[in-house]
Design a protein around this ligand. Structure first.
Ligand SMILES: [Zn+2]
Length: 341
């Protein structure tokens, strides 16, 4: 360790002979007091610094760095946190199946759901046989879904799709052979895909199919209509009907359990129209003597909460309430998928 100077004040004096001696012997550009060190991004270049720089070599590399930054911005995915890390840091988990109605997908409280549906849907007849979701479309999940749709986060779409696949598995989608399972994404139009730069439903459905080790088939197509979020709730059924969903090669779907995948169920009008299109195309084919039962499961990342529902229960309250439910829910006490499984 170097010995302490005899006179520290003398060392800080610019006219000190000690400083002059150090200046001559060590560097030509010694400044006192020291200037703050400027830290530059390895890819993003400050153009004003380039202009004032006298080094031609630095200027050449600056152009390269600018090109790399542009390639990263346009062609590569920005660095994003994996879903497992987000779940650990936020504490978010997918819902237990007892927390939502298996007919309509809306959140239910204790004793609110029966075999005919919940208070929201017991008078309705859905064209699907079962509904599976990750969670209510709110909070963290809503933020992540928007990141997938509007920031083209393909990695997050695949992570969420894999988690939905695990949720489907725990709901019993694979109780038959997975050879009878067929995953179909909700279709989008080329105009919307071009505008967004990503077919998010296809990415999610692909991850679901991989998780369930089942085939993926792009079997549905549709006409372009305004987004469901752009029309009032009262007109969404009519808007979905205008989309005119069409099923390609319906004979390949006979005898299958179809998993119809979308990102969010808002009013349910789009999923309803697509499921009815599948039923319409298959019913004539499935008639006797070729009777083959077709089962449709609707699966979404989130379902929009019912705005008419005034009382909302926290997850913890609902989990406590479900302990009093009957044998139907007691049989489903297997926990939801852990983040890293
Ligand atoms: Zn319901």
């Amino acid at each position: 360790m170097a010995p302490a100077p005899d006179n520290a004040a003398a060392d800080l004096n610019p006219e000190s002979p000690t400083l002059e001696k150090q200046d001559k012997n060590t560097t030509k550009h010694f400044h006192w007091p020291p200037r703050p060190v400027e830290v530059a991004s390895p890819l993003v270049t400050d153009h004003s610094r380039d202009a004032s720089s006298t080094s031609q070599k630095a200027g050449r590399f600056a152009a390269t760095r600018r090109a790399l930054a542009e390639i990263e911005r346009v062609w590569l995915q920005p660095t994003r946190q994996p879903l497992a890390v987000r779940m650990r840091t936020t504490g978010w988990t997918p819902d237990h199946p007892a927390l939502y109605c298996e007919q309509c997908g809306l959140t239910v409280g204790a004793y609110e759901e029966t075999e005919f549906g919940c208070a929201n849907c017991h008078n309705m007849r859905w064209p699907w046989d079962r509904f599976v979701r990750l969670s209510e479309y709110d909070g963290h999940l809503a933020k992540w879904v928007k990141e997938v749709k509007f920031e083209r986060s393909r990695i997050l779409a695949r992570d969420l799709g894999a988690l939905l696949g695990k949720q489907l598995r725990s709901a019993g989608a694979l109780d038959q052979s997975n050879k009878n399972l067929l995953v179909i994404p909700m279709p989008t139009t080329w105009r919307r895909r071009a505008a967004r730069g990503v077919d998010h439903a296809l990415l999610i459905a692909d991850a679901v199919a991989r998780e369930l080790q089942s085939p993926l088939q792009i079997a549905l197509s549709r006409r372009h209509t305004p987004s469901q979020r752009a029309v009032p709730p009262s007109q969404r059924s009519r808007n979905a009907a205008r989309a005119r969903y069409t099923l390609r090669r319906p004979e390949r779907l006979l005898g299958k359990r179809i998993i119809l995948v979308d990102d969010v169920r808002t009013s349910g009008a789009s999923l309803d129209a697509a499921s009815r299109a599948i039923r319409r195309a298959l019913d004539p084919l499935a008639a006797p003597p070729r009777a083959q039962i077709v089962e449709i499961w609707a699966a979404t990342l989130g379902s929009a909460p019912d705005p008419a529902r005034k009382m909302t229960l926290s997850k913890q309250q609902q989990m406590t309430s479900t302990q009093h439910l009957g044998e139907k829910f007691q049989a489903r006490q297997s926990p939801s998928c852990p983040p890293d499984s």
